[in-house]
Design a protein around this ligand. Structure first.
Ligand SMILES: *[C@@H]1O[C@H](CO)[C@@H](O)[C@H](O)[C@H]1NC(C)=O
Ligand SMILES: *[C@@H]1O[C@H](CO)[C@@H](O)[C@H](O)[C@H]1NC(C)=O
Ligand SMILES: *[C@@H]1O[C@H](CO)[C@@H](O)[C@H](O)[C@H]1NC(C)=O
Ligand SMILES: *[C@@H]1O[C@H](CO)[C@@H](O)[C@H](O)[C@H]1NC(C)=O
Ligand SMILES: *[C@@H]1O[C@H](CO)[C@@H](O)[C@H](O)[C@H]1NC(C)=O
Ligand SMILES: [Zn+2]
Length: 615
């Protein structure tokens, strides 16, 4: 089926895209074939098969869809996938520092409202039921005195290509055309084919038309009229014109939307970005190459209503702009940090200061005017750049005459510029700092990725120092390294874990946890120390006792035991017991053993005395 489709495709861009897919699949299949022929391991084969599945994902899902979609009856499949992408979308928006919406509407949650909406349009006479679907009667609406159809792009009425692009075969295929009173009519409610999501309605099982969801959802939140409706330039016709028509048919008014803001398209290096051509760049990919601020600056440097080309050139200008601004902020911060002399806060205002102050107020007025002129951010950023250029000249002039620039004026200008970047979302949060934040707890600034490279340098350096200190036996340095790990870094939420023979593990942990850990470690060490001291004391006592025993000569050993023996020989060895009875051979043998053991100990003692080690 894919080859047939490729053959029938005439659009050159599309054909090229399909050929790209075909080639990718072909070159993925070859290694799999070889792996099978050569009877490679199961693991190797499934690895190659995985590659084929990846490359052929689009071809296979289209084929599976055509084959099996009519068996799908569970609507959950149509809510699980959007749910996943909805979450991804929110993550992307947060990463770009886009503030969350106040109200989020999902079409699947609004089907009853949509059905009511369609019913009322029919009741008002602008819709009709045909073969299980409901269509909007464009002629009836346009010829009504109160209304006019296609206010945004009147010349597009009857443009079948635009309808086709907007609604696909849902409103344009032969059987659909036969259901409609006029080819310009569009579906409010469509009967569902097997495999398409469907809900119950007065007209049978079906689903909302493409435009009705916006009218019903926005209408239920905002009522019969709104000031501003946004959307891409490509949505003007048929989508927004149809949305307008059906909403005004529902509310019977002529002002559902007062202003439409249609944004320009994004192109990539000069090419139209298109999902169907598979040439698009995801926000995640873009954020891998550039920061959210750089992307925002790129957008701000263009008019929101014109085409924006995402290219190296575009991004290079944004990066240069950011650098230029950042350098200015750093210079001002440096000037503000320098110690002020007595007159520091109230320097004399010379002609330069008065001129710069005038420029500052002129630029502020120009920025305001540009924003009032259709949100012309491009001019705003140029005015801001020009203000900074003037500041730079002012600072350079002061430096060349060895004078201090006027701090309050520069500070005020920096605060103003910072405030503007905050308004534009190029600086997040609302800390009172000047300029672009260096680190912090903002959403787009990941502390981990910001500080980790530096922590690694520190930990490797410390590792090297410790090694040398161990080799050269410099305990003071080792102590210093331990103190860095145990006392200094935990205060900053950093944990270094030493593993002998392995690189130090660096972890960012919250400070309180680390301080608690430190307390626990101290407690354990304290206990260890006490145990060790007790053991040492015990050992000392044992040694003292042993020494005391060694000091007794074997001749004296038994003599003190008057309660056991009554007579001794010339060596002090007992011969008779307490009752005067001669000791038995067995008893003598036992005592002899004790005597000999003490003899040995005593000899050792004498030796120690000689050696001078007995004390
Ligand atoms: C009515 O709808 C069915 C299913 O969508 C279609 O097969 C049939 O051709 C339609 N009938 C007319 C008269 O258009
Ligand atoms: C931008 O430059 C990089 C490398 O310098 C290159 O790989 C990439 O294709 C360029 N992108 C565009 C859109 O020109
Ligand atoms: C700065 O300029 C504004 C606008 O011209 C003026 O109102 C203000 O008094 C000036 N400030 C000083 C200190 O001259
Ligand atoms: C600086 O800003 C403060 C607060 O907005 C203002 O009161 C003061 O006049 C400004 N000074 C200069 C020199 O711009
Ligand atoms: C006494 O010193 C000698 C020689 O230095 C040594 O061999 C012996 O082990 C020492 N004895 C004791 C009990 O310290
Ligand atoms: Zn819409």
């Amino acid at each position: 089926p894919f080859s047939v489709k490729l053959h029938e495709t005439s659009d050159p861009d599309k054909k090229q895209m399909l050929e790209r897919i075909q080639n990718a699949v072909k070159s993925a299949v070859e290694p799999l074939k070889k792996a099978l022929q050569n009877r490679l391991s199961e693991e190797e084969i499934s690895k190659q098969a995985e590659v084929v599945l990846q490359e052929a994902k689009d071809i296979l899902s289209e084929w599976l869809d055509a084959k099996l979609c009519s068996q799908v009856t569970d609507n959950a499949i149509f809510s699980n996938l959007p749910k996943f992408w909805e979450e991804e979308y929110h993550k992307d928006m947060a990463a770009l520092n886009v503030l969350p919406a106040d109200v989020l509407t999902r079409v699947s949650e609004y089907v009853p409202e949509i059905v009511d909406f369609v019913q009322r349009i029919v009741d008002n006479g602008y819709g009709y039921v045909s073969n299980g679907s409901v269509y909007f009667d464009t002629m009836k609406f346009d010829t009504s005195e109160k209304h006019s159809y296609a206010k945004l792009v009147p010349e597009a009425v009857g443009d079948q290509k635009a309808l086709q692009e907007g609604e696909g075969d849902l409103s344009i295929s032969a059987d659909r055309l036969s259901e409609k009173r006029s080819p310009s009519d569009f579906a409010l409610w469509k009967s569902s084919k097997p495999g398409e999501p469907s809900w119950d309605s007065p007209w049978g099982k079906g689903r909302p038309g493409w435009h009705i969801e916006c009218s019903a959802m926005a209408g239920s939140i905002l009522g019969e009229s709104m000031d501003i409706h946004g959307g891409g330039f490509d949505l003007r016709f048929p989508h927004h014109d149809n949305e307008l028509a059906q909403s005004e048919a529902y509310f019977e008014n002529d002002n559902w939307v007062r202003y439409f803001l249609h944004t320009g398209h994004l192109t990539i290096a000069g090419c139209k970005m298109s999902k169907s051509l598979k040439n698009f760049i995801t926000i995640k990919d873009a954020l891998k190459k550039h920061t959210a601020r750089q992307l925002r600056l790129a957008f701000l440097m263009h008019s929101w209503k014109d085409t924006l080309d995402y290219s190296n050139n575009t991004m290079e200008s944004a990066i240069q702009y950011e650098k230029f601004m950042n350098e200015f902020f750093l210079n001002v911060k440096d000037i503000l940090r320098a110690p002020a002399d007595v007159t520091g806060q109230c320097e004399k205002w010379d002609t330069q200061e008065i001129a710069l102050n005038k420029s500052f107020f002129d630029k502020k007025a120009a920025v305001h005017e540009a924003l009032c002129d259709n949100i012309d951010t491009r001019t705003v950023l140029e005015e801001m750049r020009s203000l900074v250029s003037q500041c730079n000249s002012y600072i350079a002039g002061k430096k060349s005459t060895r004078q201090m620039p006027n701090r309050m004026l520069l500070e005020n200008i920096s605060i103003y510029l910072t405030q503007m970047f905050k308004i534009f979302g190029a600086i997040e949060g609302d800390e009172a700092n000047i300029g672009f934040p260096v680190g912090g707890n903002g959403q787009t600034l990941n502390l981990e990725s910001t500080v980790m490279p530096y922590l690694h340098i520190l930990s490797e350096f410390r590792e090297g120092i410790r090694q040398i200190a161990k080799d050269k036996k410099v305990p003071e340095v080792l102590q210093l390294c331990d103190s860095l790990r145990d006392d200094v870094l935990p205060e900053h939420g950093v944990r270094f874990e030493d593993h002998e023979g392995l690189p130090t593990v660096v972890k960012l942990v919250d400070r309180d946890t680390l301080l608690k850990e430190r307390e626990e470690k101290k407690k354990i060490e304290e206990e260890k120390k006490l145990k060790k001291e007790a053991a040492a004391r015990k050992k000392q006592e044992q040694e003292a006792a042993k020494l005391a025993k060694m000091k007794i000569s074997p001749g004296e050993m038994f003599k003190s035991e008057h309660d056991k023996y009554s007579k001794f020989d010339e060596n002090g060895f007992p011969t008779h017991d307490m009752e005067g009875k001669e000791l038995s051979k067995g008893q003598m043998k036992k005592l002899k053993k004790l005597y000999e053991a003490q003899e040995k100990l005593y000899k050792e003692y004498l030796q120690m005395v000689q050696n001078g080690t007995a004390n």
